[in-house]
Design a protein around this ligand. Structure first.
Ligand code: DHB
Length: 397
């Protein structure tokens, strides 16, 4: 159309061409635009209480981009990172802007459950695949058919501890969870599985998601004298909790601490000190996972950062893999074609073998029972038992 010299065209044709060009600007990209850069919109809490989640995932995405040269199936990919500071209204607004203004092919990130839930309707309405790299309440994947998860679910981690504890002499337990979605899941699935194995939860305690104070609940735990305290707290709260657990002398009072791996988070573990030693916990990723792939992942990550990768980093790294392979499969198309190419992916992650379940769009993975040990002067979650290829128990009701 534009190759003909304009002055030779009659006025009517020129007007029609101008209208066509205008319409073209708003319509679906024509073939001529097929090699444009593909954009991924990542929304993370880079500031505020959950900033460590943002820092870890952002670092993992940068590593992925460096390793792949930022190319998916021959197409150039650009990542746009936005900070929602952990505020759901901000997440939703940023997602809207990324879809409408930046025309991203996928949304990703989502550091906390409420942030993922606030964005789900945007994914559905705009048919934009949304990769949840961090948030872990079971029900999140049911909030939109466009959600795919690369993190984990609390029921996966909690049933593993509910199974292990009563089989290892821990019969009476008090639970302590953050009072929101993933905490509810951890509390329920741990207690149910304890009961099934002859154990008992004698009290259920909760602390608020924002600025928790653990002193009053720890006093209650002391008075209840359980065999163990089972804890779930979101990433970033483990160190403060562990400090107060030690200060109140609960470790010395013979109350064992068991937890999901969010509490013995690799981001903070090494600074927790002796109080963390011996804590048995369950999770999908340890920086000490002894596979060749993980050793390379940790080495490459630490060559770019001053901190070790935690489970958030691996959720971000694998989420990028799911998007990139998806874009290869869809030949750069977004929407339903990209979603279809994300479903059913099977691959080796630094955490171990994983599958994106095509039915639930949730991740199926090995869950490990680990114990905090000191090796070469550093604290690590050392894996000693595996529950292989666990589907989210929250979906099998
Ligand atoms: C969630 C957040 C976390 O930091 C975590 O460790 C687990 C779950 C969440 O909000 O879903």
């Amino acid at each position: 159309m534009t190759s003909l010299p304009a002055r030779r065209l009659p006025l009517k044709t020129l007007a029609a061409a101008a209208v066509a060009a205008l319409v073209g600007a708003f319509a679906a990209p024509p073939i001529a635009l097929a090699q444009e850069t593909l954009k991924i919109g990542v929304i993370l809490p880079m500031t505020g209480q959950s900033a460590s989640t943002g820092k870890q995932i952002d670092a993992a995405i940068k590593l992925w981009m460096a390793q792949t040269g930022g190319k998916a199936g021959g197409r150039k990919v650009e990542v746009i990172v936005k900070d929602d500071a952990g505020v759901a209204d901000t997440t939703r607004r940023l997602a809207q802007e990324l879809v409408v203004n930046d025309k991203v092919v996928a949304l990703a990130g989502f550091g906390l459950t409420p942030l993922a839930l606030a964005t789900a309707p945007i994914a559905t309405q705009s048919k934009t695949p949304m990769v949840v790299m961090a948030a872990a309440t079971s029900a999140i994947t049911e909030a939109s058919p466009f959600i795919v998860r690369s993190s984990f679910t609390l029921p996966q981690a909690a049933v593993a501890m509910g199974e292990w504890a009563p089989k290892n002499g821990i019969k009476k337990v008090v639970t302590l969870v953050a009072d929101y979605g993933p905490g509810n899941d951890a509390e329920k699935w741990f207690a149910d599985r304890m009961l099934l194995n002859g154990g008992q939860v004698i009290d259920k305690l909760r602390t608020p998601l924002r600025s928790p104070d653990f002193a009053p609940v720890l006093q209650k735990v002391r008075d209840a004298k359980p065999d163990a305290l089972f804890v779930f707290l979101p990433s970033g709260q483990g160190a403060q909790f562990m400090k107060q657990f030690g200060e109140r002398g609960l470790d010395k009072a013979g109350i064992r601490l068991i937890a999901t791996g969010d509490v013995t988070d690799d981001d903070q573990l090494n600074d927790m000190g002796d109080v963390a030693l011996g804590v048995v916990n369950s999770h999908h990723y340890s920086a000490a996972h002894p596979s060749a792939m993980n050793k390379k992942f940790v080495a490459d990550f630490q060559a770019m950062n001053k901190f070790r990768p935690n489970f958030m980093a691996v959720g971000g790294y694998d989420g990028m893999r799911v998007i990139f392979k998806g874009l290869e499969g869809s030949k750069g198309a977004g929407g339903e074609a990209l979603l279809a190419a994300m479903k059913g992916q099977v691959f080796e992650s630094p955490r171990g073998p994983v599958l994106i379940d095509a039915q639930t769009r949730d991740i199926v993975q090995d869950i490990y029972i680990r114990k905090v040990e000191r090796r070469d002067g550093q604290l690590w979650n050392v894996e000693f038992a595996t529950i292989p290829q666990l589907k989210d128990p929250g979906k099998s009701k």
